[in-house]
Design a binder for this molecule. Structure first.
Ligand code: HEC
Ligand code: HEC
Ligand code: HEC
Ligand code: HEC
Length: 301
């Protein structure tokens, strides 16, 4: 037990020392920009800034693993690069942000590397899932190397079927599209806006035009989360009114009960988001307006 403790402390000391040279002050701006949104409050199970218990076992896994998780995301809900807000950060800035987060718990961990207790280790091991758990709210979230596989390898198409081998691989087909860090790695709204694609409104009629309606709907959620701006424009560029009205939403502002639990269960916005459009982990894409922002700033044109 004594020896174990010693080993654990030395291990921690080594890992923590390896961050000593790290870019701690440089880490705060990228952290504030791309990470604070979830890590300040512990949203969706994110380890909270400055909470040693949330970080102990993660830090014990070494800095290289943490950098990798931050850059590539994890199956348990850490979005690659932190998602929307972190998209513009460089690899180094993301690593500095990790250094900054670890620095916040460094002293507390050095003082109490609790996992040195073999019983606690066994308990911790018991709750570690052996296979990556896919969050149900993030049905499109896959490890980086499992995304956009060629049809014979994607687990959807029948590899025995000849036709499967004639299909283009998404990795090739989507290569020129505007990139995103989530879902199938394409920002479909930006790709459409860039003119790289012009999908047909009707399959059999190349000249048919849809009705695009530019009307934002503001929803003010209970609690601390930023307001949700639902844009009709970006939806009606892809979808007919009847895709949503009236089956999913009564077309009247505020007439529908919409909540996060329902969305996570695949209802309301969750009928599409997380299945065929960007995943629920991209909180900021929907919760895009500051709570205290003057309501008239939201455009109902
Ligand atoms: C949308 C919410 C969200 C944002 C934004 C976010 N994270 Fe996370 N992060 C999470 C969640 C959830 C977890 C826990 C996932 C897990 O246990 O695998 C996590 C875990 C981590 C971990 C620990 C990973 C591990 O393997 O133990 C690191 C490091 C991390 N985040 C760094 C960052 C950095 C750096 C940023 C900003 C560039 C960031 N996060 C932005 C949600 C977020
Ligand atoms: C992706 C789903 C979706 C599509 C497609 C869609 N809407 Fe809506 N619509 C909504 C939501 C969500 C609301 C807000 C409901 C609420 O606040 O309870 C809404 C509200 C409305 C309202 C009420 C506005 C108000 O101020 O009360 C009208 C009118 C409306 N939609 C018309 C349309 C028309 C016309 C189309 C097609 C051109 C369309 N919608 C396409 C989801 C959609
Ligand atoms: C019928 C399917 C459907 C429903 C229901 C739906 N969406 Fe969408 N949403 C889409 C599609 C498709 C896109 C465009 C492709 C993409 O961004 O993934 C989109 C795009 C968006 C965008 C624009 C993102 C950008 O990059 O500009 C926002 C914001 C959004 N949805 C929020 C919501 C909210 C909030 C709800 C519920 C009130 C909702 N959506 C319900 C299908 C849907
Ligand atoms: C597809 C759009 C969308 C995404 C993505 C999204 N939300 Fe929401 N969220 C909503 C809508 C719509 C509401 C309901 C607002 C209202 O009350 O009118 C909501 C409400 C909430 C509420 C208030 C409580 C409740 O259930 O009504 C919380 C908290 C919340 N969201 C957290 C999150 C977090 C955390 C994330 C990211 C992990 C997230 N949301 C991602 C659309 C979204």
């Amino acid at each position: 037990m004594k020896i174990l403790n010693f080993v654990a402390i030395t291990l921690f000391a080594n890992i923590l020392a390896s961050t000593a040279s790290a870019q701690v002050p440089e880490g705060k701006p990228p952290y504030d920009k791309g990470c604070s949104f979830c890590h300040n409050a512990g949203i969706a199970g994110a380890p909270r800034l400055g909470d040693p218990d949330a970080w102990r076992d993660r830090v014990a896994g070494g800095m290289a693993r943490l950098y990798k998780s931050a850059l590539e995301g994890t199956p348990k809900g850490m979005p690659s690069r932190g998602g929307v807000d972190g998209r513009s950060l460089t690899d180094n800035e993301i690593k500095y942000a990790v250094d900054y987060m670890v620095d916040k718990v460094k002293d507390a961990l050095a003082a109490a590397p609790a996992s040195a207790d073999p019983a606690a280790n066994a308990a911790a091991a018991a709750v570690q899932p052996t296979a990556p758990v896919l969050f149900s709210f993030n049905r499109l979230l896959r490890p980086l190397d499992k995304r956009n596989l060629a049809p014979p390898d994607d687990g959807i198409h029948d590899p025995e079927n000849e036709g499967t081998h004639m299909l283009q691989s998404p990795a090739v087909g989507l290569a020129d599209f505007v990139k995103s860090n989530f879902g199938n790695r394409v920002d479909w709204v930006a790709t459409l806006e860039s003119g790289k694609i012009s999908p047909r409104w009707e399959r059999t009629n190349p000249d048919a035009e849809g009705i695009v309606m530019d009307m934002n709907i503001l929803r003010v959620p209970r609690g601390f989360m930023p307001n949700v701006v639902f844009p009709h424009k970006q939806h009606t560029e892809w979808l007919e009114c009847s895709n949503c009205h009236p089956a999913i939403f009564i077309p009247q502002k505020g007439a529908n009960q919409i909540s996060m639990p329902l969305i996570l269960l695949g209802q309301k916005c969750g009928v599409c988001h997380g299945k065929v459009s960007f995943p629920i982990s991209e909180c900021r894409k929907c919760h895009s307006q500051k709570k205290d922002a003057p309501q008239k700033a939201v455009g109902t044109p």
